[in-house]
Ligand binder design. Sequence first.
Ligand code: NAD
Ligand code: WQD
Length: 335
Amino acid sequence: MKKILATGGTGYIGSHTVVELIQSGYEVDIVDNLFNSKATVIDEIFKITGKKPKFFKADLLNKEEISEIFANNHYDTVLHFAGLKAVGESVEKPLLYYRNNIEGTVNLLEIMQAHDVNEIIFSSSATVYGVQESPEYIETMQTGVGISNPYGRTKYFIEEIIKDQAIANDNFKAILLRYFNPVGAHPSGLIGEDPNGIPNNLMPIIMRVSDGRIPELSVYGNDYPTEDGTCRRDYIHVVDLAKGHTVCLNHLEKGVKIYNLGSGAPNSVMEIIAAFEKASGEKLPYKIVGRRAGDLAEFWANANKANKELNWSTELSIDDAMRDTINFLKNNKGK
Ligand code: NAD
Ligand code: WQD
């Protein structure tokens, strides 16, 4: 069985993936600087799985700390979740994003190379597609054109860096996973999306509106060319997304593979509000406001490649995601 290191493993997607990996029999260590997550996540992972992953509080920008972890532990594969992800903040502080996400990744790749660790699965994003003629994104499309913010560009640049590393190193095996819009929480209610500070994404904002921490949701525009006028996205349950990583561990081959991880079926903002209201039995206060800069009307994944090659597809619905999010909130988590 492969031994895994998950960077950013106490974060939202990382923690769910660590749970799936442990439940599939893998031994997983976590490195995270806890910038956007809490060490208590480790205890929750233990409650769910009965196993406590080894945790290193360390920063990818600190090469000495990270090198020491690799010197003292053997890893076969790195799952690289660590990164900053707030789109708006990245516009205001681009250098912070380039420093953290790109330098952090280059450090990681150098240290992996020094310790002969040749397998990486990278958390990329649908954002690398930028602007396309068709809203159904497919892996063969050209990337990097029309990306509207520095965060998105870090994902594009890191993809290119990993491709170059694979050209230079014959033993290198990489999978770039382009996530669409992850939502939901673990059905145990013990882990979920719990960002430090003010959230930017739709679901964590809805969670804060539902428990009164934010008075109402601002819906960014209802004049888009979609059926109800609000933007449509491919929301994917985080447990489905996590399982996508587990299957990839058996598909690492020399070179770089790229997969979209999405459902292929988009929902509008109004549909998300309706699904949340249905699951909670309560009205969600919202108002329609102007469009948010940089938002596209709609896009979704063509997930055929992951369906066929990885034998992976989403199993959970938007209703499942809303139920699990509300369960996480009721457990007094996500606060
Ligand atoms: P998250 O913020 O919950 O998790 C990221 C983790 O990385 C955090 O725990 C943070 O403390 C840690 N981290 C950040 N910089 C670090 C550094 N320099 N050294 C060590 N740890 C560091 O975010 P998430 O939603 O779980 O996202 C995980 C990955 O997936 C990110 O790379 C993100 O860009 C990518 N992604 C997320 C989404 C999304 O909508 N959530 C969509 C596409 C891609
Ligand atoms: C979803 C929809 C908003 C908040 C971003 C990144 C992308 C990826 C996922 C990491 C949009 C609307 C939102 C609110 C709203 N992340 N909305 N009111 O913008 O699709 O994608 O996160 O890689 O790269 O760009 O996700 O959750 O911010 O927004 O009406 O208060 O909800 O306009 O249509 P987005 P989101």
